[in-house]
Design a protein around this ligand. Structure first.
Ligand SMILES: NC(=O)c1ccc[n+]([C@@H]2O[C@H](COP(=O)([O-])OP(=O)(O)OC[C@H]3O[C@@H](n4cnc5c(N)ncnc54)[C@H](OP(=O)(O)O)[C@@H]3O)[C@@H](O)[C@H]2O)c1
Length: 351
């Protein structure tokens, strides 16, 4: 099979130059794994960070590639099951599935075939394309866990910072479906998209501080804030407009674009200490601070993502790239420069 792979770890920002497209042996499934013929995958910014060893500033969760032990990056996948391990019970050969490969696995999803634990895939709704399903794995699981942490009630007023990105677009739709009034924060290019996703008001971060704009529009205070961008300024702006019994959920933390650079353990520990302090102190003073990640794929979360998709939740797709080296390099460079607006989908095999 053909796969995008690494035989050494790229320096931060150089994954596009180091990535190879090579012919390697097709993988065999272990007992609880299935082999998926991948129709579509995506580029998540964290795929790049894991590959470059800078995840969350340098927390080493991915395996280090070596010439004799290459690593295939990639986490989202959608495709057809073509092989199953001897203890797989939930999935059969021939079924269309989508899911998420764990980032510490060396056999990621940027490949024509991928072995994946059966608990991290689910059946793809028939009315959803492979591309849309692939774009919904990580985004859907993170948006779902954020919604659970936010405990959105009907009528709640929620600000989503980063409302039109991969996670944000799904979060806006889930929150409006739950009956919340959603105010989106995004850049100028994304304003129309944020309204079309269901935001009742959209604030442009490039024209000034969104908390001031919120107050000027008479929309403060708010109950909930979902931060998909990060940064201490986002925390501060949220604090100025939130009620004390509100909830602030972040999937990033106090450092914007964390993972773009290696920070060193001193700074990483400082960031983790800040998060720990915010979690504890916000329980006493409010609004409650929560850092969250993807819901575990097992235990029904992926099935919940699938049912949201079947019910009409649409992922944010920036563009499609063919399974070809030069196109992939260009797409990765756009992702590294944060030029994408939603998921970049890789079209791997014809379904
Ligand atoms: N905790 C976890 O488990 C987890 C998992 C996956 C991802 N993440 C993190 O979640 C973040 C979002 O991921 P994603 O895949 O949704 O990213 P994405 O698709 O690149 O979207 C990011 C969005 O943020 C907006 N944005 C950029 N700067 C902003 C600012 N200053 N204020 C408000 N909005 C701003 C952009 O809007 P414009 O395009 O309009 O500029 C863009 O739509 C990333 O930092 C990623 O590392 C965390």
């Amino acid at each position: 099979m053909r796969a995008f792979l690494l035989t050494r770890r790229p320096a931060p920002g150089t994954l596009p130059d180091i990535l190879q497209l090579a012919e390697i042996a097709q993988p065999e499934p272990r007992s609880r794994e299935v082999v998926v013929r991948v129709a579509a995958s995506t580029i998540n910014i964290d795929d790049i960070h894991v590959a470059e060893g800078t995840f969350y500033g340098g927390i080493p969760i991915g395996r280090r590639p070596r010439p004799d032990r290459p690593v295939i990056p990639g986490s989202d996948l959608a495709g057809i099951v073509v092989g199953i391990g001897n203890q797989v019970r939930s999935i059969q050969i021939g079924e269309a599935v989508f899911g998420v490969q764990m980032p510490f696995k060396a056999s990621g999803t940027w490949a024509q075939f991928c072995t994946i634990d059966e608990r991290w895939i689910t059946k793809k709704p028939a009315n959803i394309s492979f591309e849309a399903a692939a774009a919904s794995g990580v985004s859907g699981l993170v948006a779902l866990s954020a919604m659970k942490a936010l405990r959105v009630d009907p009528g709640a007023r929620l600000v989503i910072v980063g409302a039109t990105g991969g996670i944000g677009a799904v979060a806006v739709q889930l929150a409006t479906r739950a009956g919340a009034e959603v105010i989106g924060v995004c850049g100028t290019r994304s304003i129309d998209r944020a309204y079309s996703l269901g935001c009742s008001l959209v604030l442009d971060y490039s024209t000034g501080q969104w908390d001031r704009a919120l107050q000027a529009r008479g929309k403060a205070p708010v109950d909930r804030v979902l931060d998909l961008v990060g940064g201490r300024d986002t925390e501060e702006m949220a604090r100025r407009v939130q009620t004390r019994n509100g909830i602030f959920v972040t999937v990033v933390g106090p450092d914007r674009f964390i993972g773009d650079h290696a920070l060193g353990w001193g700074r990483i520990l400082g960031i983790l200490a800040h998060i720990g302090y915010r979690i504890v102190s916000s329980r006493l003073r409010g609004p409650r601070y929560v850092l969250t990640g993807p819901s575990p794929g097992g235990g029904g979360a992926l099935a919940e993502v699938a049912s949201d998709l079947a019910a009409g939740v649409v992922p944010s797709i920036d563009s499609m790239v063919p399974f070809e080296l030069e196109s992939m390099r260009q797409a990765l460079r756009r992702a590294i420069a944060h030029e994408n607006n939603g998921r970049i989908v890789i079209q791997v095999n014809q379904a």
